[in-house]
Structures are given as C-alpha cells and as structure tokens.
Design a protein around this ligand. Structure first.
Ligand SMILES: Nc1ncnc2c1ncn2[C@@H]1O[C@H](COP(=O)(O)OP(=O)(O)O)[C@@H](O)[C@H]1O
Ligand SMILES: [Mg+2]
Length: 244
C-alpha cells in the first residue's frame, strides 16, 4: 500500500531524512517512534506529498507521490492525516467540518455527505455534538472529530502524527480507542506515537527512527520482547519511555 524507497531529504544543509526505506502492506498498522527531531513528522509529510524529497521514491497504492506530474490534491484526499493539533475549522460546526471537503473535493451531494458525516460521528461517539463548534469541545472530542473528518474522505490509508500528545491524560484513552477500532476494521495505518501500550496492543510493526534514519523496522514482539537484539539507541529510547 505504501512504499518508501531510499528516501533522503534535506532542509538546506541539514539532512532530515537519510536513506529511509519501508513498506506498509494493506491492513497493516505500523507505529513509528524515536526521539524528538529524528524526522518522524517529516517522513509522514512526505508520504502525502506535503513535503518534497530530493532523493528516492514514495508510492501510495498506484500513485507515485514523488513524481512531479502527480496531482497531489487527488492523492491527499485519499491519505487521511491526523496531527497533534486538531485542525478543525473553528467557524464551522462539527457536522459542517465533516461535510465541507466531501462536497468540495469529492463533489458529493449535500444530503449524502451529511449522512456519511453522521454515520462517522456515531462511530467516534460524537453524534450528539454535531451542532457544536470545535471551541466548545474538549481536546479528546476534537481529535475524535478530526479522525471522523479524515474518514469521511474514504481514505486508503491513515497517517497519525502524535495524535494524543497534546491531550490531557484523561482524554488519551478515548482517542486511542477510536484508533484501535479503526485498526480492527482493517485500516492501513502509520501512527507516530510514544504510546507504547497502543503499539504493543495494536501494531504489527514498529519503526524506530533516529537522526533521520530508520534504525529499526521489526515485528512488534521483537521490538518489545527481544530487547537484546535491538540497537543501543532503540534500547536507550525504550528504557526512557517505558519508565514513565
Ligand atoms: N521546515 C523546516 N525547515 C528546517 N528544518 C526543519 C523543518 N521542519 C523540521 N525541521 C528539522 O528537521 C528535524 C526533524 O523534524 P521532525 O520531522 O519534526 O522530527 P520529529 O517529528 O521526529 O520530532 C528537526 O531537527 C527539525 O528541527
Ligand atoms: Mg513530530
């Protein structure tokens, strides 16, 4: 579903991605972790074409994202992305947040778009809030709406970039629950997160990044249970993060 092949990227002289390669199959859930500044967000942005790369190739399904001729708007509508900061439109109520891109980008008739929106709001348990504005919702509720909004576009894959790291602790669970449900339904997902409980329970594989490189890419059981086989950097990282 997603193929990242020998991708390198520079910001000026700074090499932010260093020869990264990875494959994500349909229905797979891959967790990406690593220290702050290691290039996780940049890698996510290159997958849906938000950031260009100087070397290598990225494919999503049949689309070569890194090909200059590719129409990225079409691709982006099929690659759902949920960021750390829920970027809902503040001036639109929840329902309209979900309807807008469906009618504008997918050209869905309004009635159909609304029906789809309500169905998805039900799935993230936000049906009762359809008339509310984002500013009146908690962070966890906003993030669940953001997930539903992405799903309204019928994405082939979903990319999550630290979707729970800006949330108060008591709201993390409700967002992870929505993501787990999505994983169980077979959605192809790449999730940047330090929620190792989620990684353990839901992921198929864990990718560990450090200084722009993919240092580890292994089945989750190997990542967590066979610590002695991991690189020193990955072990250091795990020791730190699992102490919390
Ligand atoms: N637009 C940019 N211009 C220059 N440097 C950037 C830009 N975006 C990110 N960086 C740098 O690239 C590195 C990787 O950033 P990022 O992908 O956000 O890491 P992570 O998500 O793993 O914390 C960091 O050192 C960051 O400062
Ligand atoms: Mg980041």
């Amino acid at each position: 579903m997603i193929e990242i092949k020998n991708v390198s990227k520079w910001y000026g002289d700074f090499k932010v991605l260093d020869d990264c390669s990875a494959v994500v199959s349909k229905g797979e859930v891959v967790v990406v972790c690593g220290p702050s500044g290691s290039g996780k967000s940049t890698l996510m942005k290159t997958v849906n074409g938000l950031e260009p790369v100087q070397q290598g190739e990225i494919r999503v399904a049949d689309t070569v994202v890194t090909d200059r001729k590719t129409r990225l708007t079409a691709l982006r509508s099929r690659v759902g992305m949920v960021f750390q900061h829920f970027e809902l439109f503040p001036h639109l109520n929840v329902l309209d947040n979900l309807v807008l891109a469906q009618t504008k980008v997918l050209k869905r008739p309004l009635a159909e778009a609304r029906e789809r929106a309500m169905l998805l709001l039900r799935r993230v348990d936000m049906e009762a809030f359809s008339e509310k504005f984002p500013g009146n919702l908690s962070g966890g509720q906003q993030q669940r709406v953001a997930v539903a909004r992405s799903l309204a576009m019928d994405p082939m894959v979903m990319l999550f970039d630290e979707p729970t790291s800006a949330l108060d602790p008591e709201m993390v669970g409700e967002v992870l629950e929505v993501m787990m449900q999505l994983a169980r339904e077979g959605m192809t997902m790449i999730v940047v997160t330090h929620e190792m409980g989620f990684a353990r329970k839901v992921s198929n594989r864990v990718i560990f990044m450090d200084r722009g490189r993919i240092v580890e890419d292994c089945p989750k059981d190997d990542f967590f249970e066979r610590r002695d086989e991991r690189s020193e950097r990955a072990r250091d990282f795990l020791d730190k993060i699992l102490q919390h």
